[in-house]
Write a protein that binds this ligand. Structure first.
Ligand SMILES: *Cc1c(COP(=O)(O)O)cnc(C)c1O
Length: 234
């Protein structure tokens, strides 16, 4: 399938789901997930209007950086697990890190951004399914509480919301309780009005379950295969 028809189909799915949920499609942002896709795929998406990209691996993105720099207004966020020893490089390369899942990582990123003289938006990744194979902070945990408190002290990071990846299942409905859990957590945190903590972004929904995510309040869907087809090795 041509990229153009996949791009249109995804936009249509977002619009239909938003309307069905009584929401404005403009409240749902689209992140094009380009992991294991060549820089060419990014350029093609950019030509159709994509400006927000998600990449999973620091080194892989480093190789595509030259291409992305040519796209006016492009922003690339890290959405994959980040080891704190790569925090410096990630702070340098990315416009945001959506997968912050520990105090240690947040502190390293904050320090690196301070040295680079940059302020970076972040999300906390929450391990909603409690899966040991996935990263993310446990939803009701002392670590999560400490991270919320630390966010006020990270002068070079701006906590904007939460991200989750529910346990995978072909049936998108399986994701619903996890999306609902993330939204509830965000609402509870927002109500506490903690200093330095914003909860406007709910990054949830991928190719197979974006409709359910939008129904449950997603403000950002992360779409890979539905836009670019199967991932290639690079
Ligand atoms: C790969 C990936 C996506 C995109 O998944 P698709 O099913 O291809 O749409 C979204 N979010 C994260 C964190 C990913 O790693």
């Amino acid at each position: 399938m041509e990229f153009q028809s996949r791009w249109r189909a995804v936009l249509e799915r977002i619009e239909t789901a938003a309307r069905k949920a009584g929401r404005s499609p403009s409240q749902v942002n689209l992140m094009a997930v380009t992991k294991q896709q060549p820089a060419q795929a990014m350029m093609e998406a950019a030509a159709h209007g994509a400006r927000l990209f998600g990449e999973n691996y620091v080194q892989e993105f480093e190789a595509k950086l030259g291409a992305v720099k040519q796209v006016e207004g492009a922003r690339v966020h890290l959405i994959g697990h980040l080891q704190s020893n790569k925090a410096r490089l990630a702070a340098k390369l990315f416009d945001g890190v959506d997968s912050v899942d520990s105090i240690k990582l947040g502190s390293k990123l904050d320090q690196a951004c301070g040295e680079l003289g940059k302020k970076m938006p972040i999300l906390f990744e929450v391990n909603v399914g409690g899966e040991s194979s996935k990263s993310g902070v446990a939803p009701v945990s002392s670590e999560f509480e400490e991270m919320l408190r630390a966010a006020a002290e990270w002068k070079h990071l701006e906590l904007r919301g939460l991200m989750c990846i529910p346990p995978f299942d072909d049936d998108a409905e399986t994701s619903r309780p996890y999306f609902r859990m993330l939204r509830t957590i965000a609402e509870e945190v927002r109500a506490r009005q903690l200093p330095g903590v914003k909860m406007e972004v709910l990054s949830m929904g991928m190719s197979h379950d974006l409709e359910v995510a939008i129904e449950e309040g997603s403000t950002l869907v992360r779409i890979g295969t539905a836009l670019f087809g199967p991932r290639r090795t690079h």
